[in-house]
Ligand binder design. Structure first.
Ligand SMILES: Nc1ncnc2c1ncn2[C@@H]1O[C@H](COP(=O)(O)OP(=O)(O)OP(=O)(O)O)[C@@H](O)[C@H]1O
Length: 284
């Protein structure tokens, strides 16, 4: 069955005075899909999220979220949308728990879900802390929990794991996978190529407001794998990188026969390498 299209963007452009921040963007995101918007600082990621969430008007082109034009977004859409960006809007003087309680009431969500979500983002033991006393990573997780209270159909995440320690980032990834399984469409921005490769069904690489590559991360990397190479580790800690050739095939066969081969990996480029090749720029 064809999955429902949740976000559709057609020829979207944005100018700030004379500066073109977004140039003719085209992409779509379906239910149950994690879509990664990747680009270096200043490439236009936040501007795109702002347009898609009705906080900024585009200069030209069109975009719809849940079938509604972004120019007609009103408060009612927030019942189905979750947004996690820097401007968290937490109630600084309230406890962690009460921050969620206020939103649960507004969104008509049962209170039992609060503890469940706090546990999932690792904040249950901090539920009575005042929000202003939370660390950056904790505040980030509280904003994520808040965005998930009402099981949104679409979730916008600006750099969801920046500043989180690896185990908390891992917990956030698990939560995102679970949401995806339940049918939520997730639009995330990141600088982190490993995160994008692991999480995203599709990615768009953005450079200076222009999408320069688009597709499943693995497919993009394979497309740029013109110079096939293999990395092998042999007994005795000898590590070699070999070209794709008949000679290499014979050599590998020989090592296998003599039980010399410990590991073998293909050396296709990472998304980071692809970005560098396409734009001449690092993705930082
Ligand atoms: N309100 C604004 N007025 C003028 N220019 C703006 C405005 N907002 C963004 N820009 C410009 O648009 C471009 C894209 O900015 P944007 O914040 O979308 O980038 P980004 O990819 O999210 O960067 P980062 O990863 O650093 O958050 C930048 O050149 C920025 O200076």
């Amino acid at each position: 069955m064809e999955k429902q299209m949740v976000i559709q963007v057609e020829h979207l452009s944005k100018k700030f005075k004379n500066e073109s921040a977004l140039k003719d963007l085209n992409f779509s995101v379906h239910a149950g899909e994690i879509f990664g918007f990747l680009g270096p600082s200043g490439s236009g990621k936040t501007t795109t999220i702002k347009i898609l969430t009705g906080q900024l008007a585009q200069t030209s082109g069109q975009a719809t979220v849940l079938g509604k034009s972004v120019n007609q977004i009103d408060e009612s859409i927030y019942e189905q949308v979750g947004i996690v960006t820097d401007n968290s809007g937490l109630y600084e003087k309230m406890t962690v728990y009460n921050n969620l309680k206020v939103f649960a009431k507004i969104l008509n969500v049962k209170k039992e879900r609060i503890d469940l979500l706090l546990e999932r983002v690792g904040l249950l033991e901090h539920k009575d802390k005042i929000a202003s006393n939370l660390s950056k990573g904790m505040s980030q997780r509280l904003v994520l929990a808040r965005a998930l209270l009402h099981k949104p159909k679409v979730l916008f995440l600006d750099e969801p794991t920046s500043g989180l320690d690896p185990s908390t980032a891992e917990a956030v990834h698990a939560l995102l996978f679970e949401l995806k399984e339940s049918g939520t469409a997730i639009f995330l921005t990141t600088h982190n190529m490993d995160e994008a490769t692991k999480l995203c069904d599709h990615v768009a690489l953005l450079n200076d407001g222009l999408i320069v590559e688009h597709g499943p991360p693995k497919a993009i990397c394979l497309r740029f794998n013109s110079n096939k190479r293999y990395r092998v580790l042999l007994k005795g800690e000898q590590e070699l990188e070999l070209p794709h050739s008949l000679e290499t095939t014979e050599q590998i066969k020989e090592w296998m026969k003599n039980d010399q081969l410990l590991t073998i990996h293909s050396c296709e480029p990472t998304l980071e390498n692809v970005f560098l090749e396409v734009t001449g720029r690092e993705l930082v």
